[in-house]
Design a protein around this ligand. Structure first.
Ligand SMILES: C[S@@+](CC[C@H](N)C(=O)[O-])C[C@H]1O[C@@H](n2cnc3c(N)ncnc32)[C@H](O)[C@@H]1O
Length: 367
């Protein structure tokens, strides 16, 4: 059983659910899941990322690598430093609590740091934490030069959900069944149908397609004049994502550190995510004229960047400082935790040198 929300949170969720039901009525009884997910996560004032809940950390719903301590950022800083040329900037998408920005700026003092954050509520928290150390921007700059970072951002982008049935490919969506939100299907059409057909899957099968993330990547690519975009998130290459045995997709919800599969549980109060198809993202980047600079799992990437040396800077005799850092390294690297399921994809232009994080191990041809 999932814990029940407080009355005020419940009331906010009911307001969002009423808004979603009204939109379902206007749309003749059915909304594609991609629209539902956009509203549940990002509807102004009421969506999960737009509303006031804690989200990150112990009091929230999930913990990310930068939230666990400074080791991830200090190690990532080495990769960022290799790419950055004098006068260039860092642009972080979806900076959450601001933890990554703080630790990166400590490691790379004097670097111009831009944040593009869609949640006004999280941007306010970031401002309170970072003050004048960063600059918040509302839209993508033209001709950006430097390093763009997206840690656990693309998994929060709405996905299309598809069902491969004997009668044909259906798009999954949401209907209002006696006042409750419930799954409902319609025949898939146009771009969604074409993307689903291309996967050549045998029914019965359900999964997601990240068309929004691919479009986002193409837009970002068009604004990157020189440098790289590093995407860190959970996901797989296409052959694993759409493996014949993964018949129920990767959609997942997080509520107070419990993972479950019901996206209609108190909309606006829980996170809804899907894994990333890194093959599709790499393809979108290439189509937009970027080069794939590297692809590796998080453990390989951090080891290649020298996480062991970063850890060794802590004095092992000082157990009070060393023990939490060693535990953090273990969570970042262990295949049972974040080491294997999290991947790093680097795409960019005008970066001729082999990137540190991909110097050993898996290469882009495994995408
Ligand atoms: C799961 S949180 C991760 C936060 C942070 N990067 C971290 O690792 O702790 C997702 C973040 O992405 C933001 N976000 C979601 N969609 C976005 C978009 N299209 N552009 C920029 N930020 C976005 C959310 O508001 C939130 O800050």
């Amino acid at each position: 059983m999932l814990p029940e929300p407080e009355p005020a949170a419940r009331a906010a969720s009911e307001r969002l659910a009423a808004r979603i039901r009204a939109e379902i009525r206007q749309a003749q009884g059915w909304l594609p899941f991609v629209r539902y997910m956009e509203l549940a996560l990002h509807a102004p004032g009421l969506g999960y990322y737009a509303g006031g809940s804690a989200k990150l950390g112990a009091a929230g719903d999930f913990a990310t690598a930068p939230e666990m301590g400074p080791l991830f950022a200090r190690t990532l800083a080495r990769q960022v430093a290799q790419i950055l040329q004098p006068g260039e900037a860092i642009l972080e998408f979806g900076a959450g609590s601001g933890a990554l920005a703080v630790a990166l700026l400590d490691a790379l003092p004097g670097t111009r740091y831009l944040i593009l954050e869609t949640s006004a509520e999280l941007a306010a928290r970031q401002r309170a934490r970072l003050g004048a150390r960063a600059q918040w921007i509302e839209r993508l700059p033209e001709g950006f030069r430097g390093v763009m970072l997206a840690n656990e951002v693309l998994d929060a982008m709405p996905v299309h959900v598809l069902a491969w049935r004997r009668e044909g490919i259906q798009e999954r969506g949401v209907a209002d069944v006696d006042g409750a939100l419930a799954w409902a299907e319609r025949p898939a059409a146009a771009e969604v149908l074409a993307a689903a057909r291309a996967l050549q899957l045998a029914p019965p099968y359900e999964s997601e397609i990240g068309l929004v993330a691919r479009a986002w990547l193409k837009l970002v690519a068009s604004r990157l004049a020189r440098g790289a975009l590093l995407i860190v998130d959970y996901g797989f290459p296409e052959r694993e994502y759409y493996h014949p045995q993964r018949t129920a997709g990767t959609l997942m919800c997080h509520y107070r550190h419990r993972a479950h599969g019901d996206p209609f549980f108190h909309p606006g109060l829980q996170d809804i995510t899907a894994h990333l198809d890194f093959t599709a993202l790499a393809r979108a980047a290439r189509e937009a004229g970027l080069e794939v600079l590297g692809y590796a799992n998080q453990a390989q990437f951090l080891v290649n960047c020298g996480i062991t040396e970063v850890l060794e800077r802590e004095d092992p005799e000082d157990a009070a400082r060393y023990a939490p850092r060693a535990a953090e390294a273990n969570r970042l690297l262990s295949p049972a935790e974040m080491g294997e399921i999290f991947k790093v994809l680097a795409v960019g232009r005008g970066v001729p040198e082999r990137l540190l994080g991909f110097s050993d191990g898996e290469r882009s041809h495994t995408l």
